[in-house]
Design a protein around this ligand. Structure first.
Ligand code: IMP
Length: 195
């Protein structure tokens, strides 16, 4: 099986991807001896995904992919976007971010938002980008205790539940990350069947 690095330290993300990309030997940063916290200082999701994938390709000469996700709120001109993880400040909690966003949207009637994931794949000397989007709206208060991040206030279009109220299997099927990963898997399967 061909080795493919997923540029992450997150064990849950790694496990999830291994279950999808079964024909590949998917390893994380720690598995290749990389303990570095790669600085993600680009001003968009594409830039951050590329920084992480390129870091591995340049320093380890291995095929690699990396992801970056943001919540983009229409009435806030796409904020928090690339800053979603640290919207309420460096070292803030998921809950701090939710509180800050609810506050920033107080009184706004346009509640439209979307999650967007970008995956950058460096393979055989080429770079490919994959994008997954889920449209929805930001509620005025938290609902549900599942998931993480902004899940308790994000209601995907076509559902009465928030991400935090849904079984994980359903969220994974319709989510930004689920869609981006499905595109990545389709492309990698195409490469495998070609060779
Ligand atoms: P990352 O690029 O996957 O680390 O995501 C960046 C930030 O976006 C996270 O710290 C969360 O605040 C938010 N986020 C990403 N994915 C989700 C999700 O599925 N639900 C809720 N929030 C998310």
């Amino acid at each position: 099986m061909e080795k493919l690095v997923f540029a992450t330290h997150n064990k849950n993300k790694l496990e999830e991807i291994r279950n999808i990309l079964k024909d590949w030997d998917v390893v994380g940063l720690r598995d290749i001896g990389c303990e570095t916290d790669i600085i993600e200082d680009a001003d968009d999701l594409e830039g951050n995904a590329k920084i992480k994938a390129n870091y591995v390709t340049v320093n380890y000469n291995l095929n690699c992919f990396a992801d970056d996700t943001g919540l983009e709120v229409e009435a806030l001109d796409g904020a928090p976007g690339v800053y979603s993880a640290r919207y309420a400040g460096e070292g803030c909690s998921y809950h701090d971010n939710v509180v800050k966003l609810l506050d920033a949207m107080k009184g706004l009637t346009n509640r439209k938002a979307r999650f967007r994931t970008v995956i950058a794949l460096n393979i055989n000397g080429e770079q490919h980008l994959f994008e997954g989007i889920v449209n929805g709206r930001i509620l005025e208060e938290e609902h549900g205790i599942g998931g993480f991040g902004y899940d308790p206030i994000f209601q995907p279009d076509g559902y009465v539940e928030t991400f935090a109220e849904m079984p994980m299997e359903i969220k994974n099927k319709i989510s930004h990350r689920g869609k981006a990963v499905a595109k990545l898997a389709e492309f990698l399967n195409f490469l495998t069947n070609k060779s």
